[in-house]
Design a protein around this ligand. Sequence first.
Ligand SMILES: [Mn+2]
Length: 307
Amino acid sequence: MSNDNGTTLELIGAPTDVGASVRGAGMGPDALRVAGLPEALARQGFTVLDRGNLAGPATPWTAPTNGLRHLDEVIAWNRSVYAAVDTALGTGHVPLMLGGDHCLAIGSVSAVAWHARKRGKKLRVVWLDAHSDVNTETTSPSGNLHGMPVSCLLGHGPAVLTGWSGERAALEHDAIRFIGIRSVDADEKEAIRTLGLHVFDMRHIDEHGMRTTMTEALQDVDEDTHLHVSFDLDCLDPNIAPGVGTGVRGGPTYREMQLCMEMIADTGRLGSVDVVELNPALDVRNQTAEVAVELIESLFGKSTLVR
Ligand SMILES: [Mn+2]
């Protein structure tokens, strides 16, 4: 291809709602394909390898056991995601894990953390979300694991879901920046304080703007940093992204989110991405998937303005 930019992106579909509260996120990967994600990235000069969808257990929709819902199935799906992301990174490719719900970030970020550690790279995770996802089996009101991936990655989740990166904690508390947060349970607020997490909530964005917020969030990203973006589509305001299971009003606007993505792209350090919680069953004419594709284009360096 004449405009080949030398980077290969691997699309890894993980079609499951195993950690979610409502059904439908399992259709997310195909909705992103229908919205033209592979073609859009190819037009930007990337070589795009669509690995198709991983296989895994059906969601049983049973009640939680010991505060955790569908734990065995969550482990199985995350093992598959870990293996696929590990393979992509091992080949020098950039993995895009298409969820699926946000529990799948346990597998993907653990694999990224293992690679970063092996190469002596600093890992920085940008967590774009309405929620802080830092519940545990003792604090979660629902037992749904899509509300717990951050705890697991920090080494505080159930033992079977921690330590996959070679250390108990895949992430140190100061390796993650939360953007767009506006729905935090009381116990999660306590956890954020106790753990010393860096949370840029909607009030911060309201008061300082997205530009200052992202400047702060990306401040110490340098040439030795592997940047991972975990993009929960419920970060967006439900007006522009209705196709999510747990929407919360008052999120970033389309333009604010574009700027967020463009500033991440400007670092030149993006090495892996999750796109999760797209729920086509709740969407309107696939518009959330289409917005997601436009934002992912910006995340990979397409400027919406002429520069
Ligand atoms: Mn989330």
